[in-house]
Structures are given as structure tokens and as C-alpha cells.
Design a protein around this ligand. Structure first.
Ligand code: NAG
Ligand code: NAG
Ligand code: NAG
Ligand code: NAG
Length: 561
């Protein structure tokens, strides 16, 4: 063989490996980073030529918390902390509610830092708060093998932002409250706040800009984001916020009468319910306490599952000095992007009304029972009014699709859409420099259609947004179609532009459609799908139903005060 002819071919064949080696060898890296508690070292993952993401997992932001105590600073460490493993989740009930898992020592966070050929500095920072109804959840999210739902890698790399995901206590340990100073509650919110303050103090050492912090979260995490920007304890630390499918006004996110739950928990663990109750509760094993929280019941439209979410944030006179509706002035300078999935209520209504998705007919009576449960505190007149409104377009003989879709609409409106519009309106009305951006995610469910579990008309269900915001269609290409990669890129671009500039349209990442700011006059919002075009902006999201729940019958937020 002619060596002169094979050499170029050989070089060509080796080129990708050579380039990757070159990229890896010269990849910028922070190496050992000094934090207030001690030094930490992560892992640098090459993601392309001269591009890497440096990951720090399991950095403590507070000490192991005492039972029903606010978090305290971490005592620190002397060796270099190898930050390469996620910390255990905060102690919580298992999915079957028969056992617990996780740890009381759980106040840790994870950081993803993108680098180009140079080490990053002054990057915008996005802090993720997970959902899970305030009773379950973890900072890394569910995983398939080593692929974690809340990995910040794609978002950091594609958006040029630092992603931080933080843990907070959940369930009895996070949110038990007597409604007075004996057990004020909100421990999980204090954990989140301690993490935000830690990031504010330390993120510069990781290449972040402490004056450019955006909170984002979904479901109970979205509601948490809302509570954090309403609390006077975060003033000046949070510039922007994103609430996906959850705000403080959601009926499952906030309670004014937590005392009944404490009494039930005390009885279950064998504590007296008199003035010695709190002292007794503080002597009980954390696992036993966790198991003593209210159980979630499913399958009955008279008792919707979300009604058993009773361990929630409360007014404690400190973190939340007043009802959330009276605290929006604290968020007047915060840019707020918030929205809902167009069938956010689907998963919940199909658990409460099993016929919805199991090929049986759904009787109108089941729809009425669900509505009755949702309007229970407001009396029979409210039920009749709501029933008339939801069925007004039905005609004399509604088909099954119409009935089932209406059940999903009722769940979506009551649990998510109406409270989220209420929060958006209030922010748009109260804000000074802060802007408001509202969205509806309308992408069809990937589980809908022939041969799949859901009816073909099912749109974006609860949690469907997560995979797109965290770039899963790029991380796991085989599980997704090209249109899902389009949608994922759109959402990551809007979200990271927003984190950088406070405007989802302005920044280095191209967006398909200009997202108009919301104001009270036009109430404009963006309809997000994989086939977005100039027709993807709309106005007054389900205004008739927003008015039904918030004016014609008392709104959930009003009944709480
Ligand atoms: C936030 O980051 C952007 C982009 O890096 C920068 O232009 C802006 O000045 C920063 N804002 C503040 C308040 O530092
Ligand atoms: C409650 O405590 C008892 C005694 O320590 C223990 O045997 C039991 O497993 C605990 N139950 C749960 C659910 O943690
Ligand atoms: C949102 O966009 C989808 C897809 O283009 C469309 O089918 C749907 O009607 C739109 N929804 C609203 C409320 O505008
Ligand atoms: C927007 O909607 C109008 C009216 O339905 C239609 O004529 C136009 O083609 C649509 N534009 C795009 C980009 O789809």
C-alpha cells in the first residue's frame, strides 16, 4: 500500500477523536472552588468541541435541620469536598405510601456551569425548585439509569446559564403547622430561602452573577417560586421568576386552617393534643412522623386526590406575613413568567374519575360530583352556577368526548389555570419595573393517540413541560420526534433569554415568535407548541371561566382569607 495515500485517510478517520481529545484536554474548568463552607470539586463533562459543563453535585447549603426548626448554616469542612454524587432526597413517603425513604440530612444543592474555551464568569443563574405536592420530590428528579429529569446540563449548555437545583424538606417535616408560634410551619420554604441566599453569597466563585438570579419551578415548585418572591426575606435577591403550573393561589398550595392536620398526626404517633403536643411531637422519630401525614386517596370524584394535599405553606407571620394576595408588592420589581399546560388537570381528573381514560363511558353524574367536591365550601348555588356554565355549549345530547373533555377542563381550570391567571393579573397590576409574561402550553400529549394509553384529543398534561424545559429530546433523541426538539429548543431559548434579560425575546437565543408582555388591558399570552407561528399569541385565556371562579363564585384565594 502506498503510505502517502493512506495517511490522509487515516488522519481523516481519526479526526473526530483527535478533536474531541483536543477539546477535552483544553476544556476550561473551574477545578477546586472555594465556598463559604470549604472547597469543592466537581466533574467537567465535555459536550462538544471546546464546550463543557462542569457539574457539582451534593454541596451542603445548610446543616442537617432539627425537627420543625429553621435551617442553620453548615459548620463547614476542611478537605476538598468531592461533589460528584447527588445527596439523598429529603425524607418522604414512598409512592405506595407504605414506607419512607430519604434522609433528614438532605439540605444540598447541585450546580451546572457551562464553559466555552474560557472559564465562565458573570453568567445568569437559574435556581430550580422541584414539584411533588409539597410531600415528595428531589433536586435531581426521577431518573432512568443515569439520566435524571432535572439535570441542568442541556439547559446550561444550550442557554449559557448556570443551573442550580436545590432540595427542601417536604411532607410532615417540611410543612406541619399549628397555625401559631408553637409550630409556625413553612420549614420547606425556609430551606429554599436558605439555598437562594447561599447561591447569592457563593455563586460568583462558580462564574455566576449574583445580581442575575432567576427562580424557576413546576407544580408545588412553581407555587414555591411564587411564595419566595412574595416573602420579604428575599427582597433584592431574586430578579426574575418562572412558575410552571403552580402559584400560591392554587387550592392545593396554601391552607389557612392547618391545625386539624397536626391533631391527626399527633393522634397517629401517640402524642397528647393539649398544650404538650408540640413538645411531644419533637421527640418522635422522623420516619414515624413522615408516615403519620394524610394519605392520598384516589378513584373517587367526591374526594379528589388533591384535596388530601393538606401539608402546605401557611401564613406564619414571618416568612409569609400575610395572605399571598396581600404580598405582591414584594414582587413589584421581579420579572415574572408564568403559565399552565392546556390539560394540566388531566392526570388528576383521570385518577379521580377512572372512567375518563379506561374505555368506559363517563356519566355526567361523575362530572357533577367532581364539581360538587371542588365547590363544596361555596354551597349548592355555586355548584349549579358552575355546572350550567361548563355545560352551556353542550346541546341536547353531548357525546362522550365532550363530557370527558369538560371534566378535564374543570380540573385544569380549578387546580391550575384560574389561580395562575389570578396571580398573573395581580402581578401585572402591582408590578413597578417587573414585567409579566403568560403562556399556555398546548402540545399534544406523547401518550395520546392510536395504540397509546390516552384519548387522541389529550393535550399537555401536568408535568409534560418538564421534559422540554430540561432538553430531554436532545439528551434522549430516540424517544422523541424532531418536532419535540423544536419545541424543547423554543422553551429553553425563551426561558434562558428571560433569565438573562427579563424578556424572553431578547438574548442570544433565537425564538420563533415574539412573546408579548401581559398587561391588564389585553391580557396577552403565548400559545406554545412545536408548530408555533405568528398566530401563536392570544388574549384573555379562558376569561369566561376565570371570571366564573374568581368573581361569580368566590375564588379559592378569597375563601382562604
Ligand atoms: C445580567 O446578565 C446580563 C447578561 O450577562 C447582563 O447584560 C446584565 O447587565 C446583568 N444584569 C445585572 C443586574 O447584572
Ligand atoms: C415507627 O417506629 C417504630 C419503632 O421505632 C418502627 O418499628 C416502625 O418501623 C416505624 N414506622 C415507620 C413507618 O417508620
Ligand atoms: C394553540 O395552538 C394550537 C396549535 O397551533 C391550536 O390548535 C390551539 O387552538 C391554540 N390554542 C389557543 C387557545 O389559541
Ligand atoms: C394565521 O391565521 C390566518 C387566519 O386563520 C391564516 O390565514 C394564516 O395563514 C395563519 N398564519 C400562519 C403563519 O399560519
Amino acid at each position: 500500500m502506498d503510505p502517502l495515500r493512506t495517511l490522509p485517510a487515516l488522519l481523516l478517520a481519526l479526526l473526530p477523536a483527535l478533536l474531541l481529545a483536543l477539546g477535552t484536554a483544553s476544556a476550561a474548568s473551574l477545578g477546586v472552588v472555594q465556598t463559604e463552607g470549604g472547597s469543592v470539586q466537581g466533574l467537567n463533562i465535555p459536550v462538544g468541541l471546546f464546550r463543557s459543563v462542569e457539574v457539582f453535585k451534593g454541596i451542603p447549603f445548610a446543616a442537617k435541620p432539627g425537627l420543625f426548626q429553621k435551617p442553620e448554616p453548615h459548620p463547614g469542612w476542611s478537605d476538598i469536598l468531592k461533589a460528584t454524587k447527588f445527596a439523598p432526597r429529603c425524607l418522604q413517603i414512598s409512592i405506595l405510601q407504605t414506607d419512607t425513604f430519604g434522609s433528614e440530612d438532605c439540605l444540598y444543592l447541585n450546580i451546572w456551569v457551562p464553559h466555552g474555551s474560557k472559564v465562565s464568569s458573570d453568567l445568569p443563574v437559574m435556581i430550580w425548585l422541584y414539584g411533588g405536592g409539597f410531600i415528595v420530590g428531589g433536586s435531581m428528579g426521577a431518573n432512568f439509569l443515569n439520566n435524571y429529569l432535572y439535570s441542568g446540563q442541556e439547559l446550561a449548555d444550550r442557554g449559557g446559564v448556570i443551573v442550580v437545583s436545590v432540595a427542601y424538606r417536604v411532607g410532615v417535616l417540611g410543612f406541619l403547622s399549628t397555625g401559631d408560634s408553637a409550630l409556625p410551619g413553612n420549614y420547606g420554604l425556609w430551606d429554599q430561602q436558605a439555598a437562594i441566599a447561599w447561591v447569592h453569597r457563593n455563586i460568583r466563585s462558580f462564574g455566576g452573577d449574583p445580581n442575575n438570579i432567576t427562580l424557576f419551578g413546576e407544580s408545588a415548585g412553581g407555587a414555591s417560586v411564587n411564595f419566595q418572591i412574595l416573602s420579604p426575606h428575599n427582597r433584592g435577591m431574586i430578579r426574575r421568576a418562572v412558575s410552571q403550573s403552580g402559584v400560591a393561589f392554587c387550592p392545593w398550595a396554601f391552607k389557612t386552617n392547618p391545625r386539624d392536620v397536626v391533631v391527626q398526626v399527633a393522634e397517629k404517633v401517640g402524642c397528647p393534643t393539649d398544650h404538650t403536643m408540640t413538645d411531644c411531637l419533637k421527640t418522635i422519630d422522623a420516619g414515624n412522623l413522615t408516615m403519620a401525614g394524610p394519605k392520598i386517596k384516589l378513584g373517587n370524584p367526591d374526594q379528589p386526590g388533591v384535596m388530601s394535599l393538606l401539608l402546605t405553606p401557611v401564613v406564619d407571620g414571618d416568612f409569609l406575613p400575610d395572605h399571598p394576595s396581600k404580598l405582591f408588592h414584594n414582587a413589584a420589581e421581579v420579572d415574572y413568567l408564568l403559565g399552565v399546560n392546556n390539560m394540566d388537570g388531566h392526570i388528576f381528573t383521570s385518577l379521580d374519575v377512572p372512567s375518563l381514560e379506561n374505555n368506559q363511558d363517563t356519566p355526567i353524574e361523575d362530572l357533577r360530583r367532581l364539581l360538587e367536591a371542588y365547590t363544596k365550601d361555596k354551597g349548592p348555588a355555586a355548584l349549579d352556577l358552575a355546572f350550567a356554565e361548563y355545560t352551556s355549549g353542550w346541546g341536547p345530547s353531548p357525546n362522550q368526548e365532550t363530557i370527558k373533555r369538560t371534566v378535564v377542563d374543570i380540573g385544569t381550570d380549578y387546580l391550575f389555570l384560574v389561580p395562575i391567571q389570578t396571580a398573573a393579573y395581580l402581578h401585572a397590576t402591582t408590578a413597578t419595573s417587573g414585567r409579566t409574561f403568560s403562556y399556555l402550553l398546548s402540545e399534544p400529549s406523547m401518550l395520546a393517540g392510536p395504540g397509546k394509553p390516552y384519548h387522541d384529543w389529550v393535550g399537555s398534561d401536568h408535568m409534560d413541560d418538564l421534559q422540554f424545559v430540561f432538553g430531554k429530546p436532545f439528551r434522549t433523541p430516540i424517544a422523541y420526534a424532531d418536532r419535540h426538539r423544536d419545541l424543547s429548543a423554543y422553551m429553553m431559548h425563551y426561558w434562558t433569554n428571560f433569565a438573562r434579560t427579563g424578556d424572553p425575546n431578547v438574548g442570544p437565543s433565537a425564538v420563533p415568535v415574539t412573546w408579548p408582555q401581559m398587561d391588564m388591558f389585553s391580557k396577552r399570552y403565548l400559545n406554545i407548541t412545536s408548530d408555533m407561528n405568528d398566530n401563536s399569541t392570544a388574549q384573555k385565556m379562558r376569561l369566561r371561566f376565570v371570571q366564573l371562579w374568581s368573581q361569580n363564585i368566590p375564588s379559592p384565594s378569597e375563601t382562604f382569607s
